[in-house]
Design a protein around this ligand. Structure first.
Ligand code: F6R
Length: 607
């Protein structure tokens, strides 16, 4: 995780530019933030200095006007891995001399071994981070190179070599940007973690994500793994990390719209994004997307289709297995991203892997699909973020088009995936129109769910249960992934311990957890699962559970009823929004910020 941003150019408010870049990248981590500005030589000091401002906590509306006027700045927004959430552990980090600064996204897996060596050489560490080890290793390597070559090589040449040599020692997925007070260049290297170079007019940029560059430039080079780049204000030089060989950067012009997302009249992005689903599903139902034909053909032709995703996207993948079984009478395999790498030994060039991801940057998904591609499998991405790593890796992309998801808790990307999966399965079955009609009806049901009477009903329930510590959700068939997703929304937004189960599993152990008054949500869809699911609700009721029925009709077993009209298999879309709204209102009632839950980040780019 973590977001990194660097500016080098002709403007003197570089700290402010970096600050704005970090605000765009904050979705990558909001444990702390920090900016380093290179202050020019003055009459009293004939060497430039690096001035750092860094703090634990969200960047918010921090003031960076106390940083010096400077044409070179870099900054970082952190999701803590090594070391607690403190000011000292915030990036940038400095070397012993205070003349080299680094920002870093990733994990240096062998940092402790390198640190031990550096301590023996006399280096002092003030933070608990792996990143600080990196800058001291660069310092140490530079010192050695200077001893041998300072007569024949420039400082920039030696620094480039020091960064290259040091980075090559790091094990893990990493991207770094290094600046020296003694030169006017950035050195950046990457392997695994994303890094984009932006080319401007007399100014250049580096960022973890191209979207952060859009206000400044649309000419970008997406760095490949195992590369190093030297960026000055009017030059960009690319090298392979394995040698000193120069490489040619491939600049792309981005035609994407710059999306400025605002909450409008909504108190939080999460609520706004939940409500947006009615329009997104309505649009997917009627749009003429040629990718539906392409992707469904690829599924038909494949000798096995494997769906992979993490978290919410994983639950969409699990839902896909039911959707394809019911509608297309086809078996689709599914695995979570972090496990797929261990399950793909049998893939062949005839296999198809469909990766589901909102961000397109989830490392567990990227690692798995990289391995699948090495086995020759074809890769299709169902992704929301255009230009993301997954988007660029895929042989074919089905863009979700759900618009920017700003709240960390994923909502609209989930239902957009369900909608496309329903269309794909319907197309394969030869019933595309039926699929579209079901989605149109689902969009209408969503409208009703977001009406004040309906949301009032959900908020009344929240008033009853918000102090509870545990909550359980059951479903069968397609409602099973909805139960998992509902539990995830509730736990990540409200911190209530919520677990989703396949209703049939209750009596195999879970039922031991039900006590008098335990809230139990039961998804009861109008399908073959209704009776057996109801039996599960009754079993929980018999043990004192407080039964919340989410269903198309009321039932006497329910202590609380939340209606969701039946629209066949597409009912899963409005039904899950009940879980999303519960998560949202529970968070608000408990005084939490549902847009930025503790310990999470929008994009999970570390293992
Ligand atoms: C849950 C949530 C996460 C993500 C997961 C995958 O609300 O946001 O579980 O779904 O980290 O992220 P993407 O879809 O970006 O690959």
């Amino acid at each position: 995780m973590c977001g990194i941003f660097g500016y080098i150019g002709k403007k003197y408010d570089s700290a402010k530019i970096v600050f704005n870049g970090l605000k765009t990248l904050e979705y990558r981590g909001y444990d702390s933030w920090g900016i380093a500005a290179v202050a020019k030589k003055t009459s009293s000091s004939n060497q430039a200095t690096i001035i750092i401002k860094k703090k634990a906590g969200k960047i918010g509306d921090a003031n960076v006007s106390d940083l010096p006027r400077s044409t070179i700045s870099l900054g970082h927004t952190r999701w803590a891995t090594h070391g607690g959430v403190t000011d000292i552990n915030a990036h940038p980090h400095l070397d012993c001399t205070g003349t080299l600064a680094i920002i870093h996204n990733g994990i240096i897996e062998n940092y402790d071994e390198i640190k031990r060596e550096l301590v023996d050489f006399g280096h002092r560490f003030i933070s608990e981070t792996d990143t600080e080890v990196a800058i001291h290793l660069i310092e140490e390597t530079l010192k050695k190179l200077q001893k041998r070559y300072s007569a024949t090589k420039t400082h920039d040449e030696l620094l480039t070599e020091a960064v290259r040599k040091s980075f090559n020692r790091f094990i893990g997925s990493n991207a770094i940007i290094v600046v020296s007070a003694k030169s006017e260049v950035f050195l950046a290297a990457k392997n695994g973690s994303p890094l984009v170079v932006g080319k401007g007019d007399g100014e250049n940029f580096l960022a973890s994500d191209a979207h952060a560059l859009l206000p400044y430039t649309r000419t970008v080079h997406f760095m490949e793994d195992e590369t190093l780049v030297k960026v000055a204000k009017d030059s960009i030089s690319l090298y392979a990390l394995s040698s000193t060989r120069a490489k040619i950067p491939h600049f792309t012009h981005l035609s994407w719209k710059e999306t400025v997302t605002r909450k409008g009249n909504y108190p939080h992005f999460m609520l706004k994004e939940i409500v947006e689903q009615k329009d997104i599903i309505g649009r997917i139902a009627i749009e003429n997307n040629p990718k539906i034909a392409t992707v469904s053909q690829a599924i038909i032709k494949s000798y096995g289709t494997y769906i992979v995703g993490c978290g919410t996207a994983a639950y969409a993948g699990l839902a896909a297995t039911y959707i394809f079984s019911k509608i297309a009478k086809r078996h689709i395999n599914f695995a979570v991203g972090s496990e797929f790498s261990y399950l793909l030994d049998f893939l062949s060039p005839k296999s198809l892997v469909i990766a589901l991801s909102q961000s397109g940057e989830t490392i567990d998904v990227l690692d798995a699909v990289k391995k699948a591609k090495e086995k020759g499998a074809k890769l299709i991405a169902m992704v929301n973020v255009m230009g993301s790593t997954l988007y660029r890796m895929a042989d074919e992309v089905l863009l979700l088009g759900a618009g920017t998801e700003t709240a960390v808790v994923s909502t609209k990307a989930f239902t957009a995936k369900l909608a496309y999966l329903i269309l794909l399965a319907s197309k394969i079955a030869g019933y595309e129109d039926e699929g579209r009609n079901a989605l149109k009806k689902a969009a209408l049901v969503l409208r009703r769910i977001f009406e004040p009477d309906s949301t009032r009903n959900i908020r009344r329930l929240v008033d009853t249960i918000y102090r509870k510590e545990h909550l359980y959700v059951i479903g069968r068939g397609i409602s099973y992934p909805l139960a998992l997703e509902t539990a995830l929304k509730i736990k990540e937004a409200s911190y209530i311990h919520a677990e989703g189960f396949a209703a049939g599993e209750l009596k195999h152990g879970v039922i031991a957890l039900i006590e008098k008054g335990t809230p139990c949500i039961a998804y009861l869809a109008n399908d073959e699962t209704y009776g057996a699911n109801l039996a599960g609700a009754m079993e929980m009721k018999a043990r004192g559970g407080y039964i919340i029925g989410v269903s198309y009709k009321p039932h006497e077993v329910f202590d609380y009823y939340i209606p969701v009209d039946d629209v066949g298999i597409a009912t899963s879309i409005p039904a899950v929004t009940i879980g999303q709204l519960l998560g949202y209102y529970l968070a608000v009632k408990r005084g939490l910020d549902p847009d930025k839950p503790r310990n999470l980040a929008k994009s999970v780019t570390v293992k």
